[in-house]
Design a protein around this ligand. Structure first.
Ligand code: FES
Length: 171
């Protein structure tokens, strides 16, 4: 598939994929980066994402799914505009990650893998995100927030709420 044919991706991402497959001696080596870029743009690894990537790599959708389901950072259902990932691994757990997670569940009114009714936030408990020295830590999309308390995390959520509101207002 090339940018000239129908794609579910933006022209920019389709062009990026065209270039990416040429970088590897074996086309299917581009699979994981393609899935990550696709997820960033579409929000999750949908059936349509799987079908187009399979087509671009000349492999079957089942081949794509078999690889994709191995990676916990890939998701198969839509998440909120801001996906809040709370690390509850050992360092974070010892420094109150479960209190933080409970607090977030209460504040957002959703549980693990839930999405708020307005679609702004989703919440999930995850393994180590590599910020152990600054535990407890969370990741919101690609932003890290660390050394958190309940009050600090409320302030973090408020900034994302304001951003989401701004995006709606400016739309
Ligand atoms: S244990 Fe939480 S970031 Fe590593």
């Amino acid at each position: 598939m090339s940018t000239e044919t129908m794609s579910i991706f933006s022209p920019q991402l389709a062009a990026k994929f065209d270039a990416l497959v040429l970088k590897y001696p074996v086309k299917r080596s581009a699979l994981v980066p393609m899935l990550l870029y696709a997820q960033d743009e579409i929000g999750y690894v949908s059936d349509a994402v799987i079908a187009e990537i399979a087509d671009r790599l000349s492999i079957t959708p089942l081949d794509v799914r078999n690889v994709a389901t191995y990676y916990s950072m890939l998701r198969f259902k839509p998440v909120g505009k801001y996906n809040v990932q709370v690390c509850t691994n050992i360092s974070c757990m010892l420094r109150g990650a479960y209190d933080l997670f409970d607090h977030l569940q209460g504040t957002l009114g959703i549980g693990h893998k839930g999405v708020t009714a307005d679609g702004v936030f989703s919440l999930e408990e995850v393994e180590c995100i590599g910020a152990c020295c600054w535990a407890p830590a969370i990741q919101v999309n690609y932003d890290f927030h660390d050394e958190l308390t309940n009050d600090k995390v409320d302030a973090v959520l408020a900034t994302y709420r304001a951003k989401a509101k701004g995006a709606t207002t400016n739309a």
